[in-house]
Design a protein around this ligand. Structure first.
Ligand SMILES: Cc1ncc(COP(=O)(O)O)c(C=O)c1O
Length: 406
């Protein structure tokens, strides 16, 4: 997922080595050339309104900072997340993440409030976090008469619930443009525009988390381009550092200025570190120079064609989805009932590993029982075909895969 341009890329290795011998870390308030150049290059690639960047280490940190920025800018404190979204393990990010890992540690508030919340059996996370349904076209209960996904009713209904639950302090929505960990759910056309309109109507900010989709992974430099929406805050992580700990929070000059006046602070030891910034800069340079975004789009078409062919041959594949070099294969016990088949998924995964393909499936229900496929966007056609061939061999050799051919 993170290693966008491959492991051991010689140019990245050289950048790491050079910077390690010159300047790896600095006091965060001393802004070094790699940080300035990365900010310039990144904002130069983004539309107007995403003008100012700061750099942190992990995806969770970037979302934590984005959420705090939205709260300090708006002076409000309610955050809306999508069911099945993933934003990281720190308190604020996790509180907006409706996925595995929420339970068992209570709300992040004082002991008295925690006891009170427990006594009343209410919200087990930070107060002020609200949820909208995830747009899952394959499994949604909201459908049109032709059985297609009625995402507009689903979204409007969700907002009706949020408005009822809100105490009148709605600050921001945070969401991924493809809900990857939640089952690689792509957004229906028009969904993100409608979400932005909902936010604007309520004076809320829209935070888009492109930890996985950013920097060419899905066939656009950023997934927001595909949706033709400019969020108020954009976060990047995984792919920006090609697997090294580098994340970014990008927003408008206006939001940055107002938040600063309101006392916004987010600082860590590794905030604006030069070494990871130099790597991020190198990643952007390589992706642009080698036309890797177009390549990801082209190879993505081949990947999806191969996976769809597999679906036409094996009944245990309920759905194939994703975009560009970010794809998912959902394993089911029965296409009609769409019952999940974690055991079969596990056996298929073991078979693929035995045949030489690292293909893991997360069997926890909230991950959607899918194989998530995200090779480096530098992958050769030969390697891609080899991967697809191994998958086909594994499906053919695994009991319960339900071949549809003689
Ligand atoms: C979309 C998204 N946001 C945020 C995160 C959290 O990033 P990190 O694990 O670097 O904190 C992840 C991690 O999987 C992610 O997929």
């Amino acid at each position: 997922m993170s290693c966008l341009i491959g492991h051991g890329n010689p140019e990245v290795v050289k950048t790491i080595t050079d910077h390690a011998s010159q300047l790896d870390h600095l006091f965060s308030a001393m802004i070094s050339p790699p940080v300035i150049n990365l900010a310039k290059r990144l904002t130069g690639l983004l539309p107007e309104g995403l003008d100012k960047a700061m750099f942190l280490s992990t995806g969770a940190e970037s979302n934590e900072a984005a959420i705090r920025l939205a709260k300090v800018f708006t002076g409000r404190w309610e955050i809306v997340g999508l069911g099945l979204g993933w934003h990281g393990m720190t308190s604020g990010a996790l509180a907006a993440q409706y996925h595995h890992g929420r339970k068992g540690h209570g709300p992040q508030v004082s002991i008295f409030i925690r006891w009170f919340a427990k006594a009343l059996l209410i919200n087990n996370q930070i107060p002020g976090n609200l949820i909208l349904p995830a747009p899952n076209a394959y499994r949604s209960v909201f459908s049109n008469s032709d059985c297609s996904h009625d995402w507009e009713t689903e979204l409007n209904y969700g907002w009706e619930m949020v408005d009822r639950a809100s105490c009148g302090s709605l600050a921001a929505v945070i969401m991924e443009p493809i809900l990857s960990s939640g089952g690689m759910l792509t957004l229906p056309p028009g969904y993100l525009k409608a979400m932005k309109a909902h936010c604007e109507r309520r004076g809320m900010l829209l935070i888009i988390d492109e930890a996985q989709t950013g920097i060419g992974r899905c066939g656009d430099m950023f997934a927001i381009e595909h949706e033709d929406v400019v969020p108020d805050i954009l976060t990047l992580s995984k792919t920006l550092g090609n697997g090294l700990p580098l994340s970014a929070v990008i927003t408008s000059n206006h939001i940055a200025d107002v938040a600063k006046k309101n006392g916004f602070l987010f600082i860590t030891t590794h905030f604006n570190d030069p070494l990871p910034a130099a790597v991020g800069l190198k990643v952007l340079e390589i992706v642009e120079r080698d036309n890797l975004v177009a390549r990801s789009r082209e190879m993505g078409v081949k990947l999806h064609a191969g996976l769809n062919k597999l679906m036409s041959r094996y009944g245990c594949i309920g759905d194939v989805r994703g975009r560009g070099l970010m794809a998912a294969v959902e394993i089911v016990a029965d296409r009609k009932t769409k019952a999940s088949a974690p055991e079969l998924g596990q056996r298929l995964s073991m078979k693929m590993i035995e045949l030489g393909l690292s293909a893991n499936i997360v069997t926890l229900a909230s991950f959607g029982g899918i194989f998530r496929i995200a090779p480096p966007i530098t992958i050769s056609e030969e390697n891609l075909n080899m991967g697809l061939e191994i998958m086909e061999l594994a499906f053919g050799a695994t009991e319960g895969s339900m071949p549809l051919y003689k």
